[in-house]
Design a protein around this ligand. Sequence first.
Ligand code: NIG
Ligand code: FE
Length: 409
Amino acid sequence: MDKPILIGPFAQLLPMSKLPLKGSLKDDKLPIIENAGIVVSNGKVERIGTFKELNSRDLDVHRVEGSHVCLPGFIDAHTHICFGGTRARDYAMRNAGVSYLEIAKAGGGIWDTVTQTRKASQEELEAGIIRRSNTHLKNGITTLEVKSGYGLSVEEELKMLRAINKINQNASVDLIPTCLAAHMKPKDWVGEGNYLDEIINSLLPKLIEEGLTNRVDAFIEESAFSPMEIKPYFQKAKSLGMDITVHADQFTTGGSEVAIEFGALSADHLEASTEKEIELLAKSNVIAMALPGASIGLGCDFTPARKLLDAGGALAIASDHNPGSAPMGDLLTQASILGTFEKLSNTEVLAGITTRAAAALNLSDRGSIEHGMIADFVSFPTNNYQEITYHQGQLKPSNVWKAGKLIFE
Ligand code: NIG
Ligand code: FE
């Protein structure tokens, strides 16, 4: 047993606890502790309160100098940071007027990254994950979901998921791997039956056998899989006890209804969702995940976050960091910008990248700072939490703690 440590004082501590999972959130209901401290023991939160009341002789003290606001470590619940190559050419083509779907139909887009990712060795992919996850860490992210989906064959998807798992063994950030073998139909498929059958029969059972992931994702879209085509994949995943998440309603609708039908944890994108999908999502237990980085990267509409919240939905926000639609990969900047366009309160933005993002990953041990939670925190050099979104990502973290250990200062 480690001796408990008292960390603080913080000008403000935002525990993000006791907030409802669904619906709109007003800033006057945001719990704030002024001049606060956190007692950490064995990597978990023991107690929170004012620094003065917590300070006692049987604790070691990690004193924080200056004025800082402390929050739960951020959770980026949707990324594709395992890839080879670049898509700078796509970006220039889109800005010259060719659409994302047109580029995909002409053989570029995701398929271009598949070709470049297949050329990379597992070690090269690992180096990319380390580099990108370290940048996320400095931006306050302590848990990062990472999808496969640029392999599109059993072996190449396994290579990606093995790379993610390997790095997770020693990474400072917790990586949550997700199988996105249903990202699109591989253009070079040869074999009996169809590609998805092979994924269903060979890849999914192997993922469980090797313990590589218990999560699956699919891209339901004109350029990828139709709602009908994808059902056997989700049925198989469900029968294996896997969690489901969906790339839904990005350009055309249909995906979010499949997400609801299969009891997915989240439906992500939703830029094209209409009143009908918004209502259905709000009534369901599926978390709506906005990906403002994709809207910024593609120059498209934002997810109707305000409407989803006002209808009673749960809104998480993620970066979608990927080489194609969302190369920026800066969660706080993007979440803050989504807030300005969609008129979100600070509490809604911050819950979207903490508690509500944890729920989207089915993780009950993080997302808030309260007794028993993993001691993942981020602090910002200010005495007023409103400064964090106000600077739209330019106010950078002063410190990041992972499981109670200071890993960035
Ligand atoms: O979430 N929409 C599909 N998949 C990714 C983009 C992947 C890519 O363009 O490489 C997304 O935006
Ligand atoms: Fe994505």
